[in-house]
Design a protein around this ligand. Sequence first.
Ligand code: MRU
Length: 333
Amino acid sequence: MAIEVRSLAWHGKGLHLIDQTALPREIVRLDVTDVDTLIDAIRRLAVRGAPALGASGAFGVAIAMLQAEREGWSEDTLRDAVSRIRDARPTAVNLAGGVDRVLPLVPQGVAAVVAEAEAVVREDVAANKAIGANGADWILAHVERRPLRVLTHCNTGSLATAGWGTALGIIRELHERGVLEVVYADETRPLLQGSRLTAWELDQEGIPHFVQPDGAAASTILRGLVDVAVIGADRIAANGDTANKIGSVGVALACADAGIPFVVAAPQTTFDPATPHGDAIEIEERPESEVLEWGGVRVAPEGSRAFNPAFDVTPARLISAIVSERGVTEPRT
Ligand code: MRU
């Protein structure tokens, strides 16, 4: 029996989050009622994935307003708290977008902000369902083989969104249409969003899958074992260049060489017309310990340093299709 996954839910005084760092071992629910706890949850990836960050940002403004009332904050303190939420992670444009969307409603009070944040959630689920249908239609029109073997990277499912998923929404749709053979889920080093979260969601749905090391992806593609790669996005620049989890551009290069489609799936909230091209996207660099340690134990020599960019940019020329709720564009053609 599949567990209904809701990455986040407003409970009247704050936000319930599934702590994604504890999955798949256990389902831990966090109760977030203050700004520092929310920022900590965002930074340590208890809540993560661009659309889920967008909704968290929107509800985060309500959390800040309630805390301001409780603790008698000045307007400056509230403004500073809101901008700390907005800046908690830099790459996914959805986080700032979620905050900015509800800000004009602050003078109307907490209820109005929460209502708008709930609209962010509803719209994201609806967008994901449309992305699933649009993406499945495009793939079935452009890939001949049946049943399909799909590769994905990172986690783009219910956990990463307000519900259903983007790239994983397309995979679910292909499964529902009975045309999916298997998913190759890249494990997604160093924080294992693929092996911990995507595999967990696929397992819940009974979707056949292999977890593979990130280093296997190019070889699996070049050996002809994959028909299409589908990934999500954290920010899509005006020219189609796309930031997503580190390792995505390697998958795109392998797909281009193998002549199979590389598909990006994202809601309109991930499109950033203010960013002209990929070079202008800020790439988050994460703590060195995530690479140098394993389960809290140092595995690299004490003298080693780590380079730990959380995202990369895939140039538009390597992307076959960008799927949103509005339809599909084809940058590579
Ligand atoms: O560091 P994360 O886990 O927040 O990175 C998430 C991704 O890169 C996802 O692919 C992206 O946010 C799209 S989620 C629908």
